[in-house]
Design a protein around this ligand. Structure first.
Ligand code: ARG
Length: 567
């Protein structure tokens, strides 16, 4: 049984003696370790009901709990207006440290999600358009959420919902035919070569928009070409294919540098094209769409949300129609109990609420099985990152800059440190928050940064490696030689943190926790000589260091941040 349940049961039992049938008993960590390891507010909750003083009631409960002698609890205290605080025993920490050493890279994992499938859809850039800083956020956050859920035992399907269909391809074809050629695109050289082709495509796309201002007929031409593409015209298809190929080469280069796990499926919008008819039929059958000025829209009960267009006047379908087809397909392919997560910018939050609502109406997925994680915007300190038309931020340049700055820390592992720094900067706060991109904060060994965590882990590992050389004695032989440290009081919490991060689809809980344990470890290191042949407590300190190195490594893995061998 886990410790929280033990405490809940003990408190319930005590309340029963006081003739109270308690419902849920909340057991939490106090914000500050000086208030113990766990705390409950039951006295405050029930004193109100019973109209007695919370402090007196807390004392009554405590008296009963003291007599109960709860396993792993050293002492109880009453604090504030009636909180009861629990202090864990050294025995508890010892057993947990042993558990960490035993479970190693599995410490923190569980089989919570056994037999449950989760589709995590993220990254989802658009063909022949820039891979934006927003797509970067989606890639980093989505990859980490998938890692966390996998660690919790879920069967994960990583999906990249590429933007590879839509009227913009008509524009792309016109631009290539008028101002370039397939050969030109293929031969675009730039370093790296993948970026060259991509840049040519994006330039052409920008040019198309500039030219239409002078020559609006280009729009009609583009529509015609998209129609041809839809009908399978050979030339249109050939040009389309080259844009996909060039874009994917570029995206894959980015994915490789970001070291994210491979996608299981890359089902872009085009993949769902043949299924749109079925969706329109389902909508017709359900009778949930209405025509308005020739277009088809879905209206929501009590105008809960604004109406959503699913078919244009000319019969063309939209992004939304393709999303509905996507989830109809997923229901068939993976089953209706699958959990489906989309990671995109917050600007699509309302859109996904509409989609979830419609999917429930159509019986594709219940709302409880649909999750949208929306990330906030990134702005640089000088505002340079905002992509205005024609002012594209090239992602590899952002990555290059991070790596260049990491060279100051260590030339040899600059790529690992620079990329880790960028990832951590994204994952350390709640996804929905906006980020002010500040290089001095991101690549900084001393701050709340990726490099700081990598360094802490490397330091701990190197101590353990050295200690193995001097052959320290086992933990058991030196128990009770030292006082309980802050480090122990934090390390056992890792599984709780992973659980919460998984439940709330929020990697930042892990990121913040890693900062906390690293600070505890670095204090511990500053105050103690860890390896000391003449000190019988040394073995214990080494073991603790080892446990720390395992927990931080497991955490960094979940965030998708690599650990250098030396730093
Ligand atoms: N390609 C879209 C964009 O760049 C994101 C796709 C998100 N996923 C989805 N199922 N709609 O904004």
């Amino acid at each position: 049984m886990n410790i929280i349940e033990t405490l809940q049961n003990a408190v319930k039992k005590a309340l029963k003696e006081l003739k109270i049938e308690a419902g849920e008993v909340i057991i939490e960590h106090p914000a500050d370790l000086t208030n113990g390891d766990y705390s409950t507010n039951v006295a405050l909750v029930y004193a109100k009901e019973l109209k007695i003083k919370p402090l007196e009631f807390a004392q009554e409960i405590k008296n009963i709990l003291d007599v109960q002698k709860i396993k792993y609890i050293d002492k109880l205290e009453i604090a504030g207006t009636g909180f009861i605080n629990f202090y864990l025993s050294q025995e508890f920490f010892d057993e947990n440290i042993e558990e960490i050493l035993k479970q190693k890279e599995n410490f923190g994992s569980s089989d919570l999600g056994k037999n449950k499938k989760v589709i995590v859809e993220y990254s989802s850039p658009n063909i022949a358009k820039p891979f934006t800083i927003g797509h970067l956020r989606s890639t980093i956050i989505g990859d980490s959420v998938a890692n966390i859920l996998q660690f919790l035992g879920y069967k994960i399907i990583r999906d990249n919902h590429l933007g590879d269909w839509g009227t913009q391809f008509g524009k792309q074809i016109v631009a290539i035919k008028r101002w370039s050629s397939i050969e030109d695109v293929k031969n675009s050289r730039n370093l790296p070569a993948q970026a060259g082709q991509m840049k040519t495509l994006v330039d052409l796309y920008v040019k198309f928009h500039q030219e239409t201002e002078k020559n609006p007929e280009l729009e009609d031409e583009a529509r015609e070409w998209f129609l041809k593409l839809e009908k399978g015209d050979k030339e249109a298809k050939e040009i389309y294919d080259i844009t996909v190929e060039a874009s994917m080469k570029y995206f894959n280069m980015i994915y490789e540098r970001l070291d994210i796990k491979p996608f299981d499926t890359l089902h872009g919008e085009a993949f769902y094209e043949p299924m749109l008819k079925g969706v329109l039929e389902d909508i017709e059958k359900a009778g949930i769409a209405r025509k308005s000025e020739g277009a088809k829209l879905i209206f929501f009960e009590n105008e809960k949300y604004p109406p959503l267009m699913i078919q244009k006047k000319d019969g063309a379908t939209l992004y939304a129609t393709r999303d509905l087809a996507t989830d109809k397909y997923r229901n068939k392919e993976y089953g209706k109990d699958t959990l489906v997560i989309n990671e995109t910018g917050v600007e699509q939050s309302l859109y996904f609420k509409q989609i979830f609502e419609i999917e429930e109406m159509l019986g594709y997925f219940a709302k409880k099985n649909r999750v949208h994680i929306g990330h906030g915007f990134i702005r640089s300190k000088d505002g340079k990152m905002s992509t205005r038309k024609g002012n594209v931020v090239w992602l590899e340049e952002v990555l290059d800059e991070g790596v260049a700055r990491a060279k100051v820390i260590n030339e040899d592992i600059a790529e690992m440190v620079g990329i880790g720094a960028i990832k951590f900067n994204d994952l350390k706060r709640e996804a929905k928050q906006n980020i002010i991109f500040d290089w001095d904060e991101i690549v900084n060994l001393k701050g709340d940064s990726g490099p700081y965590l990598q360094y802490s882990c490397v330091r701990a590992r190197s101590i353990v490696a050295k200690a193995e050389v001097v052959r320290v004695k086992l933990l058991q032989s030196c128990r009770s030689l030292t006082l309980t440290t802050v480090l122990e009081r934090l390390l056992y919490r890792f599984p709780e943190v992973v659980y919460r991060a998984g439940k709330e689809y929020a990697p930042h809980y892990i990121a913040q926790y890693l900062l906390e344990i690293s600070s505890a470890f670095n204090n511990f290191y500053a105050q103690n000589k860890i390896i000391d042949k003449d000190d019988p407590a040394s073995a214990y300190r080494v073991v603790l260091t080892h446990a720390f190195s395992i927990v931080i490594a497991n955490g960094l893995n979940l965030l998708g941040i690599k650990i250098p061998e030396k730093m």
